[in-house]
Design a protein around this ligand. Structure first.
Ligand SMILES: Cc1ncc(COP(=O)(O)O)c(C=O)c1O
Length: 439
């Protein structure tokens, strides 16, 4: 048997840092999780240990692993000879289904990763408005590229300065890109009004995670969202919901359906591909037609909308339309959240587990919902790493994002027994560190 540590040593010799995505080095366990297989709600590591998977591919495996509908789609793709770089009837069929499901979608373009979708949609917003600046919210994440990986997660020491000098989140991003980014606090009407008063004339889009799963699962407050919709409309700014994570988690229409506010454009992804790489950007026809061959903005790519993820996407959409799909997820949701809330209350733990649909965050150090990024800075990352490691040792896998208060979740194939086990393990683990969870 090869151990995780041995595989990590081998991988580091040929793969930079031993991983193909920086956050795959699980700091809690000290190595990446090298998987050998994944079935339904479970994943096995190369040492043969079986885990309940509470990561679900960062939210992409809402159907769970090796779902029969996706297996069938793979077989169909094989029969079609994996025909690539052509349009097919399946592309149009999937786009039609997305236009029916997502309120703002009148036209769709497919790509693979969420980061690609936000990159192209930002380009489209700039091309359509002829403006260059982007208003964004602290705590929100929209991908790793130069256009937007700025000002989102400043360290506490840079928070004040972030609003004047947006924090560059990766080495290698030229400082100049920060000139186009206006970071403001979430759910703060005054900050929003001021930003639009000052910069509205030069702002192409306001981009947000309507549910900020990437910092404490903070929801946009209804009045704030309405104000955002009204002010952007008045100022001719495109309202851009980044629903890469929130799409399909609670309903087929995403947060825009759940909250009843329709943006001008949005990005969707992760779950859409049923576990395969598929994302999309979509929106009002007049904006989406800014892309070539109709308009002047470029969006092209050899592997765009590859037939394998497109067929998987169709299978996914057909699954979520089944009447029992969301009612099954809701049962798991009720079981998990009633259970964890009881554990927190009975033991007076200083933490919250906010959620929206099948995805939740674990925030340590506070008992009430956070409203914005700075409210989550109480979260103790070292303690979170301890919790993740202790759960791992008991057969429950939570992905580690450097101990941050980021999202976890379950899938349609998780069972009530899985959720019971997760709750038992969490109760054990949380009680063992109770004294460290100071009020
Ligand atoms: C809201 C949001 N936008 C964009 C992305 C980037 O997606 P990807 O990792 O597929 O590039 C993510 C990924 O977590 C996300 O949560």
């Amino acid at each position: 048997m090869t151990t995780l540590q041995q595989q990590y040593e081998k991988a580091k010799k040929v793969i930079s840092g031993g991983v193909n995505s920086s956050t795959r080095l699980n700091q809690a366990i000290g190595t990446p999780f090298f998987a050998s297989k994944a079935i339904a709600g479970h994943v096995w590591d190369i040492e043969g240990r079986k885990f309940i998977d509470m990561s679900c591919a960062h939210g992409a495996a809402l159907l769970g692993h090796s779902h029969p509908a996706i297996d069938n789609a793979m077989q169909t793709a094989a029969k079609l000879g994996y025909v690539n770089s052509f349009e097919t009837q399946y592309h149009e069929e999937l786009a039609s289904k997305i236009c029916q499901a997502i309120p703002c979608a009148e036209r769709v373009r497919f790509c693979s990763a969420g980061s690609e979708a936000t990159l192209h949609m930002i380009r489209g917003c700039r091309a359509f408005t002829g403006r260059q600046k982007i208003i964004r919210f602290e705590g929100h994440f929209h991908g790793y590229h130069e256009l937007i990986f700025i000002g989102g997660h400043p360290p506490a020491s840079h928070l004040k300065d972030n609003r004047n000098h947006p924090y560059i989140e990766s080495a290698g991003i030229p400082q100049l890109f920060a000139d186009f980014i206006i970071p403001i606090p979430f759910n703060d009407p005054e900050a929003l009004k001021q930003a639009i008063d000052k910069h509205g004339h030069e702002t192409a889009a306001v981009i947000l995670e309507p549910i900020n799963y990437n910092s404490g699962c903070i929801k946009a407050q209804p009045d704030f969202l309405k104000l955002l919709r009204d002010l952007t409309k008045e100022a001719g700014i495109i309202l851009f919901f980044d629903e890469i994570q929130s799409s399909f988690k609670k309903s087929p229409g995403g947060a825009q359906q759940d909250f009843g506010i329709t943006p001008d454009v949005c990005t969707i992804g992760k779950a859409l591909g049923g576990g395969l790489p598929l994302s999309a950007f979509c929106g009002k026809a007049e904006i989406m037609e800014i892309f070539q061959p109709i308009g002047p903005a470029a969006h092209s790519g050899t592997f765009n909308a590859h037939i394998i993820p497109i067929l998987a996407g169709l299978a996914f959409i057909n699954e979520i339309k089944k009447p029992e799909f969301y009612s099954t997820l809701q049962k798991l949701e009720a079981q998990f959240h009633q259970g964890i809330d009881r554990i927190i209350k009975d033991n007076n733990l200083n933490m919250i587990v906010p959620y929206h649909g099948a995805r939740f965050d674990i925030v340590l150090g506070r008992k009430t919902p956070a409203l914005r990024y700075e409210d989550t800075l109480c979260h103790n990352k070292d303690l979170m790493l301890k919790i993740i490691k202790a759960c791992f040792d008991r057969g429950v896998y939570f992905h580690d994002y450097g101990g941050s208060c980021v999202h976890h979740g379950y899938s349609i194939q998780h069972t009530t027994e899985d959720i019971d086990k997760v709750l038992n393990v969490l109760e054990d683990v949380l009680l063992s560190i109770k004294n460290l969870l100071k009020n």
